[in-house]
Design a protein around this ligand. Structure first.
Ligand code: SF4
Ligand code: MG
Length: 330
């Protein structure tokens, strides 16, 4: 069966005053029907740019898809006109952003914002759109929805606003939801509720989900399969169980090993020393070499390809097999 979404060799570059930034540099992955794919990586790894490329929401004139294809239900989105893309965006592919306050329009009521998509894509009239908005808000667990539709976003709490975003995303029964750090700004209890809500919605309508996150806890809870991104590339891909039990890329391994235990208040990424290389200082060989405790001479000269090391598991590391089977000494 053809995957619902197939991204092949995607390259999205930004043209800045300081030169070209290759934010996404040859990324390939698929999302199957009813599947939740996690996209994991630090900020600057290219996760969000990948999402914006799929949605065709890159900042005009600055960000550009320079190569590759994004096939959704068999159609290459990079070849569509703006008009055709507008019919897909919000309708067949919906996006949930991290900061609901910046993606909700402060001067429209909640009802009007949800209703806009319903009128545009589902051709509902004003009254039908309002009724459906109330239904959707109730579905995502918002109490007194008849009253909330008439409210403005600033009157709601962060958790409630995120529920509104989910209601908006669900409004047109999309085939694919792209959620970019949907719970990062929320406290732990609300976060768990929102994740459970997304799971329920998925079970009910078999929607596929692309879950972009830096939080491996979120990944273990909701994802079926995971891709790990680093410096605009996919460095590892595997099902969620394999990612946690036998990671094969030193970066993935570092992320897993540095998940804080409950008593520790450390930022999980701090335990991998160093940062993602800045674009103007992108090394020749493996992009992770400067932070890699397994690095060898060869890694500085040549960049490994992403290749299958075991069925369903891909790695972009010369030592993938060794890393996968290395005994962890901590
Ligand atoms: Fe580390 Fe070399 Fe593997 Fe890169 S290729 S992750 S530097 S061992
Ligand atoms: Mg991001």
């Amino acid at each position: 069966m053809e995957p619902l979404l197939s991204v092949q060799n995607l390259k999205t570059h930004f043209f800045t005053d300081n030169g070209v930034v290759r934010s996404v540099d040859g990324v390939s992955f698929t999302v199957n029907e009813g599947e939740t794919l996690g996209i994991v990586g630090e900020s600057g790894s290219g996760k969000s740019v990948t999402a914006l490329s799929i949605m065709q929401l890159l900042p005009p004139r600055k960000g550009k898809i320079v190569e590759g294809s994004i096939r959704f239900e068999g159609v290459d989105l990079t070849k569509l006109t703006d008009k055709k893309m507008r019919k897909i965006r919000g309708n067949e592919i919906a996006m949930i952003f991290q900061e609901p306050m910046t993606s909700l329009n402060p001067s429209y009521t909640i009802g009007n914002q949800i209703g806009e998509a319903l009128r545009l894509h589902m051709k509902l009239n004003r009254k039908e759109a309002e009724e459906r908005s109330i239904e959707l808000l109730t579905q995502v667990g918002i109490p007194r929805a008849e009253k909330i539709v008439k409210d403005y976003p600033h009157r709601l709490s962060g958790g409630m606003r995120q529920r509104v975003m989910i209601a908006m995303a669900l409004a047109c029964n999309p085939r694919l939801i792209i959620a970019d750090e949907p719970t990062t700004a929320l406290d732990v209890t609300i976060q768990a509720q929102i994740l459970e809500l997304i799971q329920q919605m998925k079970r009910k309508s078999n929607t596929s989900i692309m879950m972009i996150t830096h939080d491996l806890g979120v990944v273990s809870e909701v994802c079926d399969r995971v891709i790990v991104m680093y410096a605009g590339r996919v460095v590892e891909e595997a099902d969620v169980k394999t990612i946690f039990s036998s990671p094969s890329h030193p970066y993935t391994k570092g992320l897993i090993e540095s998940i804080p235990t409950l008593e520790e208040e450390v930022e999980w990424l701090e335990t991998i020393p160093g940062n993602v290389p800045i674009p103007s200082e992108m090394p020749e060989g493996c992009k992770f070499a400067s932070r890699c405790k397994f690095a060898m001479e060869e890694c500085l000269n040549a960049e490994p390809e992403l290749y299958e090391i075991d069925p369903g598991q891909k790695s972009r590391c010369f030592l993938a097999k060794e890393v996968k089977h290395a005994v962890t000494v901590t």
